[in-house]
Ligand binder design. Structure first.
Ligand code: UDP
Length: 416
């Protein structure tokens, strides 16, 4: 089976943790690896966002990344990306025809990739789409951040929801939200929750990890994520300020992983500057340790070094950082949101806090940090709570979806 994965704005080869590269990059790469391991030939099409990106790279046997031109070779804002969608679609079609490629399945990721997927379709092959997030749902939980999206997004997403594409969602809760917000319950859908690399993300010893990372604190709160307003680091800083004196007496640090990846005019760079100002205004400079972008393979040390992982975003369609932290045996304190409710069990492997309540967020962090019994109990429960999640399962279920779509020759997935 030959599969095209369309990932216009996020390359599986990008370094994670800047404004644009995060969970979706991990998802697309791990999906491609899993499909290739099951015998598929996989091409990921993405936009060239740096001058030195190779046009073609086989990153695992059977899966390669094809990088095409669509606008300037640098990271672009969402508005600029939207303007270059037609160019990307044309580049994808012309490259695939130059290479003589025909695909059995075309699978697009995020609304920006959908047009290129449709352009690539040349016969009866099925189209599969995964939204990752939907604008109106994001707007519901996080009005500020959704305003930055171009108006075309809502149009494209509504069209996809009504189309004959097979739609992949992470959770049934996401489908419920779609029904509530758009008044549509897509029939051609599959529910495939993301996975976690259990070999990489597993419980590790705290002290050796702290020594390796140069963390000389008695307690560590960890944040990992893209430097984007939507990730809610500001809420974490404000929560920190509410418990600053307790954190100081516990000799604690709040470690923030994620950065601008050297791109000085990027969204991530601006967000970092904004956060630095908030840190100064709140007078918590001594408590906050900005670590910048950390390569994915080095993150297990950060989780091992932490006492608790903070997920302060108001909207997560899934939230892979929480799953990684739990797999590493670390409790998670998060605002209650659809995605996090799937993995964080309030009082069992962490705490779910009412959205935007930074005082409650601070108190929950403090409870984990200052009560060894709560912490130990949650650490024991954490890995177990995500034990069913793996990238192998994601690949198996996606292959089953593709096979059923190809077998029928048309989109008729029904409810899986
Ligand atoms: N990540 C990373 N290095 C960093 C920051 C983030 O490897 O410096 C990874 C993190 O491990 C996770 C992903 O980026 O796998 C973020 O995924 P999540 O679903 O939490 O957020 P999203 O980016 O999808 O909003």
């Amino acid at each position: 089976m030959r599969v095209a994965l369309l990932s216009y704005h996020t390359s599986p080869l990008a370094s994670l943790g800047s404004s644009a590269a995060g969970g979706m990059n991990v998802y697309v790469r791990r999906l491609a690896e899993g499909l290739a391991a099951r015998g598929a030939e996989v091409d990921i099409y993405t936009r060239r966002d740096a001058p030195d990106t190779p046009p073609e790279l086989e990153f695992t046997p059977g899966a390669r990344c094809l990088t095409v031109r669509a606008g300037p070779a640098r990271v672009l804002s969402k508005q600029c990306l939207a303007a270059h969608i037609p160019l990307f679609a044309r580049s994808v079609v012309s490259l695939s025809s130059r290479l003589g490629l025909q695909y059995d399945v075309i699978h697009s990721h995020y609304w920006l990739s959908a047009l290129a997927a449709e352009a690539l379709k040349s016969g009866e092959q099925p189209l599969v789409h995964m939204f990752h997030t939907l604008n109106r749902i994001k707007q519901l939980y996080q009005p500020e951040s959704a305003q930055s999206d171009p108006p075309a997004r809502d149009y494209v997403e509504q069209r996809l929801l009504r189309s004959r594409h097979a739609l992949v969602f992470s959770t049934e809760a996401e489908v419920d939200d779609v029904e509530r917000v758009y008044g549509i319950r897509p029939a051609n859908r599959a529910i495939i929750p993301p996975g976690v690399d259990r070999l990489r993300f597993r419980p590790g010893d705290r002290m050796p990890a702290r020594i390796r990372l140069g963390l000389e604190h008695d307690r560590v709160v960890l944040f990992v994520g893209r430097m984007d307003r939507a990730k809610g680091v500001e809420h974490l800083l404000r929560a920190t300020a509410t418990i600053a004196s307790e954190l100081r007496s516990l000799k604690s640090a709040v470690v923030v992983v994620g950065g601008d990846d050297g791109q000085r005019d990027s969204v991530a760079h601006r967000e970092l500057l904004r956060l630095e100002r908030i840190v100064d205004d709140l007078r918590i400079r001594d408590l906050i340790d900005f670590r910048g972008v950390v390569p994915h393979e080095e993150l297990p040390d950060y989780y091992a070094a932490a006492d608790v992982c903070a997920v302060p975003s108001l909207y997560e369609s899934f939230g892979m950082v929480a799953v990684e932290a739990l797999a590493c045996g670390r409790p998670v304190v998060a605002f209650r949101s659809r995605g996090l409710e799937q993995t964080v069990r309030d009082g069992v492997n962490g705490f779910l806090v009412p959205p935007s309540d930074v005082t409650a967020f601070g108190q929950s962090l403090l409870q984990v940090l200052s009560d060894p019994q709560t912490c130990a109990r949650m650490e024991r429960a954490a890995p177990q709570s995500v034990q069913d999640m793996s990238w192998e399962t994601v690949a198996d279920r996606t292959v089953a979806l593709y096979e059923s779509l190809c077998g029928l020759g048309q989109v008729a997935v029904g409810q899986r």
